[in-house]
Design a protein around this ligand. Structure first.
Ligand SMILES: [Zn+2]
Length: 321
């Protein structure tokens, strides 16, 4: 099979990779980065927003496609797509874009086969195909970073749901009552408000009693403090693990999954997160599944999303043959 261009698009950055298939799986041959100002751009109309996004993505990709003679593109994007990976149904970063045939328009611009899908679902595809979830029929993959995301593979296929929003794990409620934290989704008590990078930082600052004035401003610092035995920092990761374990227990009780994989910016603190996560998962899951679930760190570092985007379009190419 010929080479594929994979892309992982965020609000401000776009990572791209030329991916080829070897006997042992997908291999990233070249990596590229481009700055994109998608989350900062305010378009005068929905049509202008659509044109802008197509233009930004296609301009970044075109020279790479020409240099490597590539004819298939897979894209992970922060939004909700239909099952075909053709139509962007909605995007929190770009609220003007609704029901846009983004993949088709990019395909026309680039003269390539293009498939797009939710970024967390692409990470799930990557981990399932080439990473810690390899060989599993069903897999939940969790992304832990600025938010908490989830991607679900069921019966060897990506599962998107009716509105492209399947496994919005970050917004499973794990706290209620007056003290439940407010979430960007409009709800409160969502697991993301405790187990994301911002959530860990907030837990640390609250435990310090210095929510606004703390000199600690990122989770890497909190992790260092925790490793030195700082009680507030240890508490912050304990909280994150407990809430995430509770959310995962609900998913496992509903779907009877055996394997869950995790990637993202918080993986540097995996040793701090994993013990409370497993204790909480086993405490909250249906008793018959206690001890039956493994939660594994990624084997793909930060490349799960890129490899999954490549897998997305590879599956489409296989389907066409
Ligand atoms: Zn929420």
């Amino acid at each position: 099979m010929s080479k594929i261009l994979a892309a992982d698009i965020g609000g401000t950055n776009m990572r791209m990779a030329v991916v080829s298939q070897s006997a042992v799986g997908a291999v990233i041959e070249h990596e590229y980065r481009a700055h994109v100002a998608l989350s900062e751009y305010r378009a005068p109309s929905a049509a202008a927003a659509e044109t802008y996004v197509i233009q930004v993505i296609s301009e970044a990709m075109r020279p790479i496609l020409q240099q490597h003679a590539i004819t298939a593109v897979g894209v992970g994007f922060p939004g909700f797509f239909d099952a075909d990976g053709e139509t962007l149904l909605a995007s929190p970063n770009l609220p003007q874009l609704k029901h846009v045939r983004l993949a088709s328009r990019l395909s026309d611009q680039l003269s390539c086969v293009v498939r797009m899908q939710n970024d967390a679902l692409c990470a799930a595809l990557g981990e399932w195909r080439d990473g810690a979830g390899k060989g599993q029929t069903d897999l939940l993959h969790v992304t832990l970073g600025t938010g908490v995301g989830g991607g679900l593979i069921l019966a060897d296929s990506p599962f998107v749901g009716q509105h492209g929003m399947a496994m919005e794990l970050g917004h499973v409620r794990t706290a209620c009552g007056e003290l439940a934290r407010m979430c960007g989704c409009g709800g409160s008590g969502c697991v993301e408000t405790y187990a994301s990078a911002q959530g860990v930082l907030k837990s640390y600052q609250l435990a310090c009693g210095d929510e606004h004035g703390s000199s600690v401003t990122d989770t890497a610092q909190v992790a260092e403090l925790a490793k030195d035995g700082d009680a507030a920092a240890l508490h912050a990761f304990e909280q994150a693990g407990c809430h995430l374990g509770k959310a995962l227990a609900h998913v496992v009780t509903l779907l009877d999954l055996r394997t869950i994989t995790v990637s993202g910016g918080l993986m540097g603190a995996w040793d701090l997160l994993h013990p409370p996560l497993m204790a909480s998962l086993n405490e909250h899951v249906i008793p018959m599944l206690q001890g039956q679930v493994v939660v594994l760190p990624t084997l793909l570092s930060d490349q799960a999303g890129l490899l999954g985007a490549a897998e997305l379009v590879r599956m489409e190419l296989v389907r066409r043959t």
